[in-house]
Design a protein around this ligand. Structure first.
Ligand code: PMV
Length: 370
């Protein structure tokens, strides 16, 4: 599929005003996306679990603006208060997606948004935030198309599959990993020979067999450091250009998806943990070996990793971790062992969390209309 596929056919903006609202989840990558080409095309394939509790809820109101007003016009209200900080990112997003949504300059938008997780938790809200906004925007487009009497009945009806694909495509242009936060419990992004329907342009629901062991998988997010990251993902992705290990890393990610496909089918939890932890440490190894180099892990990140390894060795339970581009630790474990592992988290690992804070999450199934 080509990017031009997402250019809309002609439709008019007949609606004066309206509102739509969507809730979109965060996701945690098992095989990590790190490095991109132009227009947010990933250098390697990635795969993620969709989370259930960490969500962004966004309401988008739109109102036709005066003819004379050029440019984009929007206000952002974050958790009940007018917010200027998010505006530059949204302005950039609008510029990138304008060709695909021609009504963007026709309306004034009020974007009211909030997260179900604490704002200063170090949890990136860009995946859930950008996917919720993308869904709201394609929903507006759907309404405009449906109300355009000059179109045939067939043209006025947007297919659900196309709707979801376009939302993921647009979300990707806001923040790469956001394209994995639209639909499905396990999502693949990046063209991979062994994943049918996969694409560099949008995320797709993992289409192959998944063992019972991975159903309702748990993820407890240990908030080690709630501060702003010292190095943004944008800069990190950039540093993969000319990185001495880039080629090997991109090839490894592709192989890891093949390996994970077999693991998801067989239910081999040991192999799953080994692959997931290796991916997390490789991501951070890329950061430590770029030029300039940087470290996002904190002393307590390493304390937690060592405690997890010791507990696993001692109990034989299937507890494992992964990391995002930050210091927080995602502790992943199967539902069947949740009781014992949660006990360990809440009595031992909690001591390494900033102010003792952590968030209990589990696999979810994607975004929903509010
Ligand atoms: O979506 P971005 O540009 O913020 O990049 C996210 C990168 C990682 O979270 C580190 C990995 C991933 O695949 O989600």
């Amino acid at each position: 599929m080509k990017e031009t596929q997402f250019l809309p056919r002609n439709y008019s903006s007949n609606i004066e005003s309206g509102a739509v609202a969507w809730s979109s989840p965060s996701n945690i990558a098992l095989v990590k996306y790190w490095g991109k080409k132009e227009r947010q095309i990933p250098q390697n394939q990635s795969i993620s679990f969709t989370l259930d509790a960490c969500k962004t809820k966004t309401k988008l109101q739109f109102e036709k603006k005066g003819q004379s007003m050029d440019g984009f016009s929007f206000d952002v209200i974050f958790e009940g208060k007018k917010n200027e900080d998010f505006k530059p990112k949204i302005e950039t997003f609008f510029k990138r997606i304008e060709a695909y949504l021609p009504f963007l300059r026709t309306y004034h938008f009020t974007i009211e948004t909030s997260n179900t997780f604490p704002h200063s938790s170090g949890i990136a809200s860009s995946a859930s935030g950008m996917s919720a906004l993308a869904l709201c925007l394609v929903d507006v487009e759907r309404q405009l198309i449906a109300s355009d009497a000059s179109l045939s009945e067939k043209e006025r009806n947007i297919d659900e599959v196309d709707f979801v694909k376009k939302a993921s495509f647009l979300a990707r242009l806001g923040s790469g990993s956001a394209c994995r936060s639209i639909e499905g419990d396990i999502v693949v992004w990046g063209k991979h020979e062994e994943i049918e329907g996969s694409s560099d342009l949008y995320g797709v629901r993992y289409p192959d067999e998944v063992h019972e062991n991975f159903k309702d998988y748990h993820d407890t997010i240990l908030l080690v450091d709630k501060g702003e990251k010292q190095v943004s993902s944008t800069v990190g992705h950039e540093l993969m250009h000319g990185h001495p290990f880039a080629k090997e890393r991109f090839g490894q990610a592709e192989e890891n998806i093949t390996k994970l496909k077999a693991i998801l089918k067989s239910g081999d939890l040991k192999a799953f943990i080994a692959l997931m932890e290796s991916e997390a440490l490789t991501l951070h190894a890329m950061m430590m070996t770029s030029m300039p180099y940087f470290i996002l892990m904190k002393p307590n990140t390493l304390e937690i990793i060592n405690k997890i390894w010791a507990f696993r060795e001692q109990t034989g339970l299937h507890i494992g971790f992964t990391l995002d581009a930050g210091a927080n630790v995602h502790v992943l474990y199967p539902k069947s062992e949740a009781k014992e592992i949660y006990e360990f988290i809440s009595t031992v690992l909690v001591a390494y969390c900033q102010n003792g804070h952590y968030i209990c999450d589990r696999i979810g199934f994607g975004a929903c209309k509010l």
